[in-house]
Design a protein around this ligand. Sequence first.
Ligand SMILES: [Zn+2]
Length: 87
Amino acid sequence: MPRPALRSRTLRRVKKRLPGGGFIIHYLKRKPSPAKCAVCGRKLHGVPRKSPSIIKKISKSKKTPSRPYGGNLCSRCAREKVKENLR
Ligand SMILES: [Zn+2]
């Protein structure tokens, strides 16, 4: 039985395989929810699902698609938005 603080589901459990074939449980923080499109609410691709402290360490090109509205709108909504702006 793990110690009381680790019995709650606040932390997620990750099974780590050991060299001998067994496994141990590592208790890690839960991942933040994935980034969503501002219009349709679909999950955004190319946006890492990491904590702010890790996000800070990675380069901008690895955090967001390098197109207009990248990281804010999904590709489909961005396409519509660009067409809308041309009118
Ligand atoms: Zn969208």
